[in-house]
Write a protein that binds this ligand. Structure first.
Ligand code: ITT
Length: 191
């Protein structure tokens, strides 16, 4: 029997990436699938706190074990912004507007170093387990590619000459911050 895992997210792109990583061993259910129609407030100061707020909300209101991902882009030349504010960097939750603001703020900067970070909180049997994934790379001067979401068109991982948005999902899923954190979660579930 396929096991079901609840992923406390409203982000369909995150859901698709994670569902692909977990299949065929697990079926992934997101917030919509469990009929949780709220945007869970992310009032923490760190990825770990915000991920835990999301997983705890589901545990407290639905009584289900679940995991949540809080993630973002840290850009060295911008004092590691947008970080936990990545989803609403410009003030609104719109990927293109946020990406364009980031490119504007990077104009003239020679240090293009950046990293994507994910912290996953897994609440299992009332206990919180945290898993982190990081990938280092650079911010392009202009967008390239149409796959993925968020800042993917301007993020080029180290060792590659294409952006995340120029990779297909299975390629991104081998190296991405989210995939690395998910690998740790899967190892934990197996043990
Ligand atoms: P949930 O909270 O419902 O999971 P969200 O999109 O609000 O969805 P976050 O609060 O974790 O998720 O914000 C993450 C933001 O960071 C996301 O909206 C993107 O702007 C950026 N981001 C995270 N992972 C990314 C990735 O793999 N590729 C591109 N951008 C990413």
């Amino acid at each position: 029997m396929i096991k079901k895992l609840v992923f406390a997210t409203n982000n369909e792109h995150k859901t698709a990436e994670v569902a692909k990583i977990l299949s065929p061993d697990y079926e992934t259910l997101n917030l919509k699938d469990i009929n949780c129609l709220v945007d869970i407030p992310e009032t923490g100061d760190t990825f770990a706190e915000n991920a835990t707020l999301k997983s705890s909300y589901v545990f407290e209101n639905f009584g289900l074990d679940c995991f949540a991902d809080d993630s973002g882009l840290e850009v060295e030349a911008l004092n590691n912004e947008p970080g936990i504010y990545s989803a609403r960097y410009s003030g609104i939750k719109d990927d293109l507007t946020n990406l364009q603001l980031l490119l504007k703020n990077m104009e003239g900067k020679t240090n293009r170093k950046a990293r994507f970070k994910t912290v996953i909180s897994l609440l299992k049997n009332g206990k919180n387990h945290l898993f982190e994934g990081v990938i280092e790379g650079n911010i392009r001067t202009s967008p390239a590619g149409t796959n993925g979401f968020g800042y993917d068109p301007i993020f080029q991982p180290n060792g590659y000459d294409i952006t995340f948005a120029e990779m297909d999902m299975s390629e991104k899923n081998i190296i991405s911050h989210r995939a690395l954190a998910m690998k740790k979660l899967i190892e934990f579930l197996k043990a």
